[in-house]
Design a protein around this ligand. Structure first.
Ligand SMILES: *[C@@H]1O[C@H](CO)[C@@H](O)[C@H](O)[C@H]1NC(C)=O
Ligand SMILES: *[C@@H]1O[C@H](CO)[C@@H](O)[C@H](O)[C@H]1NC(C)=O
Ligand SMILES: *[C@@H]1O[C@H](CO)[C@@H](O)[C@H](O)[C@H]1NC(C)=O
Length: 350
């Protein structure tokens, strides 16, 4: 017993206070809670929780990154990926396509934040990959167009070490489910992986020219992750095309719900339960309803007043907003503006 007590005291002394987990109340998966339950034992997760404090900080950042991107991708929808805790907990207890998206983007966020930290040199455990990236040996990469014609290039610079980030994301997010094989767990693990693949499969090459004054006698190139916005866009597409699955007869695998549809691939988001319509508040589903949400009368998409307000109608209001106006260029080099008030009509769901 004794070593365990000492370990947790050390952790309390270390600065794992609220500054670390500043977004603690707004995160989808709370690394602090995960570690509370998994600090003991031998597994890789317990090891991360016990003594890899730098890594935990990045994991926490990654979770927040995922949550922020989720809210961005869903800002125009009835379900807007609000991080309101009680609602999100309910979403995560179900197995709808929203659950799938949240799990995918969280796993991606964790892998992304760790990889970024490796490249920045802010983690002891990893660094970027110098020279020929291991994971890419033997594969011909597609190089970006060169500004100046050149045919000589080589690997160089500092490639994003995505393998380390992906591995740590798996260890932290998947290892505690490895022994379970119920359908919900299988789906969760599949979606975590789909999220990580959105990074791995979309790595790109960046290059830099070397040579005297604007020439490009040699280019050095390295692998870079896609931006996290790109990862979010990719996963939003996967959400739109998500595949419904059912448990197989022996219960330890899943099949597409209908034999007429193509079995989902590794990159696809999957789910087993239909989503509620998210029109009205419902404690059971975690829906907050759309009353009071601002809709867009000129839009034909998910944020149109018709769709967002679930045909309940909308209220119109005039709001005053400030705007820069009557700007003048002053020699040299300033732009001076006045502040004007403009009236704008907004519509909010009844
Ligand atoms: C973490 O703990 C493991 C054993 O529990 C040890 O092998 C490893 O070196 C430790 N890592 C750090 C960074 O202290
Ligand atoms: C998201 O939806 C909730 C519930 O309808 C609402 O309170 C919140 O303001 C919305 N967030 C954004 C950014 O629109
Ligand atoms: C409303 O939707 C239209 C068409 O999609 C778009 O051009 C416009 O910027 C939107 N307005 C607001 C306030 O979001």
């Amino acid at each position: 017993m004794r070593p365990v007590v000492i370990a947790s005291c050390l952790l309390l002394l270390a600065p794992i206070t609220d500054s670390w987990w500043a977004s603690g109340s707004a995160v989808i998966l709370d690394p602090r809670m995960v570690c509370k339950k998994n600090r003991r034992g031998r597994g890789r997760l317990a090891q991360i929780c016990r003594n890899e404090t730098g890594l935990l900080k990045e994991i926490s950042r990654g979770v927040t990154l995922g949550a922020t991107e989720c809210a961005h991708q869903f800002r125009h929808r009835r379900w807007n990926c609000t991080t309101q805790r009680r609602s999100m907990r309910k979403i995560l207890m179900r197995d709808t396509r929203e659950t799938g998206f949240v799990n995918a983007i969280t796993a991606a966020g964790v892998a992304f934040a760790i990889t970024r930290a490796c490249t920045a040199g802010s983690l002891l455990e990893c660094s970027c990959e110098k020279g020929i990236p291991k994971s890419r040996r033997g594969r011909q990469p597609i190089l970006p167009p060169s500004p100046v014609p050149t045919d000589r290039w080589q690997w160089g610079g500092c490639s994003d070490n995505v393998r380390f980030g992906l591995k740590k994301s798996r260890e932290f997010m998947d290892s505690r489910y490895r022994k379970r094989s119920d359908i919900k767990t299988l789906i969760k693990l599949h979606n975590h992986n789909a999220g990580r693949l959105a990074i791995k499969n979309n790595m790109k090459v960046e290059c830099k020219c070397h040579g005297v004054s604007g020439s490009c006698t040699l280019r050095t190139c390295w692998w870079r992750m896609p931006t996290f916005r790109e990862v979010g866009d990719i996963l939003r597409d996967r959400f739109e095309g998500a595949a419904k699955v059912i448990a197989s007869n022996d219960g330890d695998n899943f099949l597409p719900e209908s034999t007429s549809i193509k079995p989902p691939g590794k990159k696809d988001i999957i789910y087993s339960e239909e989503s509620p319509d998210f029109c009205n508040p419902n404690i059971k589903t975690g829906s907050l309803g759309t009353q009071g949400r601002q809709c867009n009368i000129t839009s034909a998409g998910t944020d149109s007043c018709d769709q967002l307000c679930c045909r309940r109608g909308y209220a119109q209001a005039t709001v005053k907003e400030t705007e820069n106006c009557k700007c003048e260029f002053k020699w040299c080099c300033e732009v001076l503006c006045k502040t004007c008030y403009v009236k704008r009509e907004i519509q909010t769901c009844k």
